[in-house]
Design a protein around this ligand. Structure first.
Ligand code: FES
Length: 296
């Protein structure tokens, strides 16, 4: 490929990356500035509506404006993220190409692919707890998955995050047996595993329920009573103090930021389905269908 064109592609994609990053930063700054302001406006209007119902249309209009602004920001953010991804891929490819032309290699894409199984087996460190590689533990835990991950990502401490991410994706939480196996096979210590898994919010140490219930605690929902909705759902599902999943492991309750439909506040999502304008007494009905469909 013509090096002048490649250089131009690198410059253009670099410019796009800088522009997208600037737009995202400005959006974030605007959102940070407006959130508390919007919250106090809505709160004030709600008080006025309580005294004089004639203010209701004004409150509704304000809620619609806030929803439209947030939706706009969210959609813009998503579009920019895709553009950023494409520009970054183009930039890396162009830089790689230029460096390859000079005999250097910036990112060798082949190294990102999984090594062949035979090679992976060769790199695998033997188990130190007496169990043979690829066997099941006494508790019935199949160690092969973790063994493969270690063979793929290596035994160094830096492999902790990709290994934990893969375990989390596979089991939807980090089972103790899997973590013990990681410690057996790698240089990663139990303290490092524990530190990493508690520091990053994406990791769970306990099993997740079959359905995820996300209760919105964004500004509009918070003002409209999201706390009471969460409390009522915890009571209805009999979720113990300090836990987030019911004893039957059917529902996991999460408190999340704005779901993008503030005019329906307070809002929750069960898996992909949204329910709005909830009250503590109607919120459990959003789960009832699912509860009834599950075998006792
Ligand atoms: S605050 Fe926007 S949907 Fe709850």
């Amino acid at each position: 490929m013509n090096p002048t064109r490649v250089r131009r592609a690198a410059r253009i994609s670099g410019g796009i990356i800088a522009l997208c990053t600037a737009i995202l930063a400005v959006d974030w700054a605007v959102a940070t500035y407006r959130e508390p302001r919007d919250e106090s406006i809505v709160k004030h209007l709600q008080e006025e509506v309580r005294e004089d119902p004639e203010f209701a249309p004004k409150l509704e209009a304000e809620n619609d404006r806030i929803t439209a602004a947030r939706l706009g920001r969210r959609q813009r953010g998503q579009a920019i993220a895709w553009i950023l991804l494409a520009a970054a891929a183009l930039f890396l490819t162009a830089v790689n190409h230029l460096r390859a032309a000079r005999g250097l290699r910036f990112v060798d894409l082949d190294t990102l692919k999984a090594p062949p199984a035979a090679q992976r087996r060769k790199r695998m460190k033997p188990a130190t707890n007496g169990a043979s590689a690829g066997a099941s533990t006494e508790a019935g835990f199949d160690t092969r998955f973790v063994d493969e991950l270690v063979a793929l990502h290596g035994r160094a401490k830096e492999a902790a995050i990709p290994i934990l991410q893969a375990i989390q994706t596979h089991y939807r939480h980090l089972p103790d047996e899997a973590l013990r196996r990681v410690c057996d096979l790698t240089d990663i210590t139990p303290a490092e595993i524990s530190g990493t898994s508690t520091f990053y919010g994406q990791f769970r140490r306990s099993p997740v329920g079959k359905h995820i219930v996300r209760v919105c605690h964004g500004t509009a929902c918070h003002v409209a009573g999201a706390r009471q909705i969460s409390d009522e759902l915890r009571r209805h599902l009999q979720i113990p103090e300090g836990a987030d999943t019911d004893p039957k492991r059917l529902f996991t309750l999460e408190e999340v930021a704005c779901l993008g439909c503030c005019s329906l506040a307070p809002v929750l999502m069960v898996d992909e389905h949204t329910a709005g304008r909830l009250t503590p007494s109607t919120a459990p009905s959003a789960l009832e269908d699912l509860e009834q469909r599950e075998p006792a």
